[in-house]
Ligand binder design. Structure first.
Ligand SMILES: O=c1ccn([C@@H]2O[C@H](COP(=O)(O)O)[C@@H](O)[C@H]2O)c(=O)[nH]1
Length: 308
């Protein structure tokens, strides 16, 4: 799957992933009204609204980008109907040829991680048959329980040709509270990055590993260091747009070959029509606003990379 991701990035010339993080208050009124008319102001109605909203966005951007990253929390808040909307979204994006990164941030003791890995990336044995669960292409993994929490994911990836992005340095303001703590002269995130590089060397695609890393766009200096620590790891970079990251901050997340990083924007794309810059599209044309926001993001990152 890492090979497919790299190929799609090269083909689209867009190291960009659109985050599908729907919140009801981003969803245009006409979509909410229709869903609530059909299913009532219920969890089912809300889930239908987020699914229709996602579909509009995916149709509008699927030829421009290689990948999407649905954030499972946004769906989970609507209970079982929300999880159905998550699964519909994953399947629809795959049908459209997009690589799907499930932002699930799982990681537990080994046996529990194994179940998460099977549920999201693998197949579960039921009697004589095997069934895929959510079946994303990649998942995000929290490594802070240690190797035995990560290894089951790697094993499933190897078997199923999938991949993971391991949280190394997250984009949020308080990520330094623990992740930047110095241990034997080096910050904890560097130790984790080194471990990701080690796991990666043992689990390679053609040019990059299927064990990638998450490093926030909001910490460009750390991104520069971590790029060197993990030369073969693809870096998933959240924090662009709504969290303040800009193209110019991101050049050092990429390798000299122009590859090695994929930048996420969620709210900045899916709720673009709410920004003054794209307001002229109007609520009805929310998906066209998202398409324009993707084009602007591609331009911002390409020009930063061309000028480095
Ligand atoms: O360090 C991290 C890890 C994950 N995320 C996730 O990415 C998106 C960002 O959304 P924006 O609207 O573009 O800010 C969201 O799903 C986060 O959970 C992150 O931001 N930082």
């Amino acid at each position: 799957m890492i090979n497919k991701l790299v190929e799609k990035i090269q083909k689209t010339n867009a190291p960009i992933v659109v985050g599908l993080d729907p919140m009801l208050n981003y969803i245009p009124q006409h979509i909410q009204d229709k869903a609530f008319r059909e299913l009532g102001e219920t969890l089912e109605g809300a889930a239908e609204a987020i699914w229709q909203y996602n579909k509009g966005i995916v149709d509008a951007i699927c030829d421009l980008v290689p990948a999407v990253k649905p954030q499972i929390a946004m769906y989970e808040q609507f209970g079982i109907p929300g999880m159905m909307a998550y699964k519909n979204t994953v399947d629809y994006c795959k049908e459209k040829g997009l690589v799907v990164i499930g932002d699930i941030k799982r990681g537990d003791i080994g046996s529990t991680s194994a179940a998460y890995a099977v549920g999201h990336l693998g197949k579960v044995q039921v009697g004589s048959k095997k069934y895929a669960g959510f079946d994303e292409d990649f998942a995000t993994v929290n490594p802070y329980l240690g190797s035995d929490g990560v290894k089951p994911f790697i094993d499933v990836c190897k078997e199923e040709n999938k991949g993971i992005f391991v949280l190394v340095k997250t984009s949020n303001p308080s990520s330094g509270e623990f992740q930047d703590r110095m241990i034997d002269g080096r910050p904890l995130y560097e130790w984790v990055g080194e471990k990701v590089a080690q796991w990666g060397e043992e689990h390679m695609g053609d040019s990059y590993s299927y064990v990638g890393a998450v490093v926030g766009a909001t910490y460009p200096e750390m991104g520069k260091v971590l790029r060197k620590v993990m030369p073969k790891a693809y870096i998933l970079v959240p924090g662009y747009g709504a969290q303040g990251g800009k193209g110019a901050d991101l050049v050092h997340f990429f390798n000299e070959d122009g590859l090695g990083a994929i930048v996420n924007s969620s709210r900045g794309i899916i709720a673009a029509y709410k920004q003054e810059k794209y307001a002229s599209f109007g609520e009805l044309n929310y998906a066209d606003a998202s398409r324009q926001a993707v084009k602007d993001m591609i331009e911002d990152i390409s020009s930063a990379l061309n000028n480095r």
